[in-house]
Design a binder for this molecule. Structure first.
Ligand code: GDP
Length: 578
């Protein structure tokens, strides 16, 4: 930078020292420092993300033509938002299962991040990650997949803080909103009260002379769901949603993860064109030939057109959610574009982690520092199950930053918490936050000996409110989960009338019948529930301890695989030190 401004590095160091900033000539400068020095010289600087300008060039290389031609009507893409517990998940589940033919693919639908349903011969695509956090994280990355937002408001609870947030987010994105007034089966349900509250927020319902469609319904009984789907189709028709169905496909990555058996897996939403098996595609910094495609039922597909969500195998790396994907003219271009992006992403992440001032504080202690009038930095190591949630959590956490409490991400990644993460956290005085992931045994032990705080969450709202509360010194007492035992699935037996039973070896601790369990695949939580049956050879037993074999049946979960880990646990409240 010095050379660019016709100054020496020593000039910059001296200037910053006068401003009270200690830097050495080899250290990276923060954006603020760069702007400060440039302002001093009267120089004009524009700070851009590394690679932002190169990106335009890459899109030219890919010959992406976003001009409309041969436009055909496409299904609407819907995101469901609303306050926690108002019924988003149940609604999504209901719509999805109502469309599954009994017995099809064993009756099990896959979670691929989005699915399609059909109503009166029209298809509707639902994004399967409810909430506005993921929606906005995507938008922040330049991807807008959603055509219609369904805002779920519980009729017995009314407009709540996250309802209001969701309204803001949908309006900021200029996406039409349909309000589903849910839980109409509940005794305290009052649709009119909800409509009045919406009107207060500027969402004026039709019955109030406005234009906002409200649909009273119950995700529990199923009443009103068809009406909701009809209204979505109506809005879609008014919006005249079209896309060219021919030509090379362009779309966005909704979710991506690494599957132990299948390699990098990405759920993509085709926005225009048609995606076909064998085509070379680039998704962010990942590329590869499409090896296989499946729909949300796990059925193989050879091609996918506009608004179709599909799971794609064949990329060489795990893409990031919100990444644009493009089918390249040829393999060579695909590889080159991915490589260039990777280079710039690396530069960007180096720039992002360089510098950083002061020591970190643990979540529990952060308030003490704030009270003492110090500027506190909360260092975090963040791990999440998929890229989508990682971005969503990061984004929501960044919004919590204040003058006196800064957040610094020491590292962010997808997958279970391992010893490496704990070491890193110990070295940088960071708190580890896990979202839908668990620490493995080594990580747990190291965290204990190194006294690293590990906080695990399965609900984004809880995570955010904990961090927020820590900042104002209001951390609630915490429930500590004590891992009682761990069993590894060695073989899965399908027994008619009983359902699948996992043949396991208890690796350590003990496994008790009826115990609460978490089901882990590569350190990621894929299911929670309890043990419904426990057997040692032919006998039903109450407990099996380390080293022994056993058969474990789980309440209503059947997607067992060899190598999965069943972790049993108990809960205990731990007192917080003031
Ligand atoms: P989310 O946090 O918005 O995804 O909410 P969930 O879908 O997890 O629902 C929260 C709770 O409300 C669950 O216990 C649901 O079974 C329940 N619930 C959802 N919709 C209805 C409804 O229409 N009627 C009733 N009575 N309960 C509902």
């Amino acid at each position: 930078m010095a050379a660019r401004l016709n100054r020496s590095a020593a000039d910059i160091v001296r200037f910053l020292l006068q401003q009270g900033e200690m830097v050495t000539a080899t250290q990276s400068l923060s954006d603020d420092m760069i702007e400060l020095f440039a302002a001093e010289l009267g120089a004009d600087v524009r700070i851009t993300e590394p690679g932002a300008e190169q990106e335009e060039e890459l899109l030219r290389a890919l010959e992406v033509d976003l001009a409309e031609d041969g436009a055909q009507i496409r299904p609407p893409v819907v995101t469901v938002m609303g306050h926690v517990d108002h019924g988003k998940t149940l609604l999504l589940d209901r719509i999805r299962s109502s469309n599954v033919v009994e017995g099809e693919a064993g009756g099990i639908t896959q979670h691929i991040g989005a699915y399609q349903t059909t109503r009166s011969d029209h298809r509707i695509t639902f994004i399967d990650t409810p909430g506005h956090e993921a929606f906005t994280a995507m938008r922040a990355r330049g991807a807008q997949a959603t055509d219609v937002v369904v805002l779920v408001v519980a009729a017995d609870d009314g407009v709540m803080p996250q309802t209001a947030e969701a309204i803001d987010h949908a309006q900021a994105a200029d996406v039409p909103i349909i309000v589903a007034i849910n839980k109409m089966d509940r005794p305290g349900a009052d649709a009119d009260r909800v409509r009045a509250q919406l009107a207060e927020r500027g969402l004026v319902p039709e019955s109030y002379g406005g234009e906002v469609i409200t649909v009273p319904m119950s995700a529990m009984t199923g009443e009103g769901i068809d009406e909701l789907l009809d209204q979505i189709l109506l809005v879609a028709e008014l919006e005249e949603l079209t896309a060219p169905a021919s030509g090379r496909a362009v779309g966005i990555v909704l979710e991506a993860h690494l599957d132990r058996g299948r390699g990098p897996v990405a759920t993509v939403l085709v926005e225009r064109g048609t995606l076909r098996i064998g085509e070379p595609m680039v998704a962010g910094a990942a590329w590869g030939r499409v090896r296989a495609m499946t729909d949300d039922r796990g059925a193989p597909l050879s091609e996918a057109g506009p608004s179709m969500p599909v799971e794609v195998l064949g990329l060489g790396e795990v893409a990031r959610s919100g990444d644009l994907f493009v089918v390249a003219p040829d393999e060579k271009t695909a590889g080159k574009v991915a490589e260039t992006r990777e280079h710039w992403q690396r530069q960007a992440s180096l720039a992002g982690t360089a510098g950083g001032s002061g020591g970190g504080a643990r979540l529990e202690d952060i308030f003490k520092q704030v009270q003492a009038g110090e500027t506190a930095t909360l260092n975090l190591v963040l791990k999440a199950d998929v890229h989508g949630s990682l971005e969503a959590v990061t984004d929501s956490l960044r919004k919590l930053e204040r003058e006196d409490v800064k957040l610094s991400f020491v590292s962010r990644g997808v997958g279970g918490i391992n010893e490496n993460d704990v070491q890193l956290a110990a070295a940088s005085e960071a708190t580890i936050i896990g979202f839908n992931v668990r620490p493995d045994r080594n990580a747990r032990q190291t965290a204990e000996t190194e006294d690293v705080e590990v906080r695990l969450y399965e609900i984004i709202y809880d995570l955010i409110s904990d961090v927020q509360n820590a900042m104002v010194g209001l951390l609630e007492p915490e429930f500590e989960e004590i891992v009682a035992g761990e069993a590894q699935v060695r073989q899965v037996f399908r027994i008619s009338g009983v359902g699948p039973v996992a043949g396991c070896v208890v690796e350590h601790g003990n496994v008790r019948s009826g115990a609460k369990v978490r089901f882990l695949r590569d350190g990621t939580i894929i299911w929670k529930g309890s043990i419904s049956s426990l057997r040692h050879f032919q006998d039903d037993v109450a407990e099996v301890s380390a080293g022994m074999e056993c058969g474990i049946g789980l309440s209503d979960f059947s997607d067992l695989k060899e190598g999965d880990v069943i972790e049993t646990y108990t809960e205990r409240e731990i007192a917080r030190v003031a």
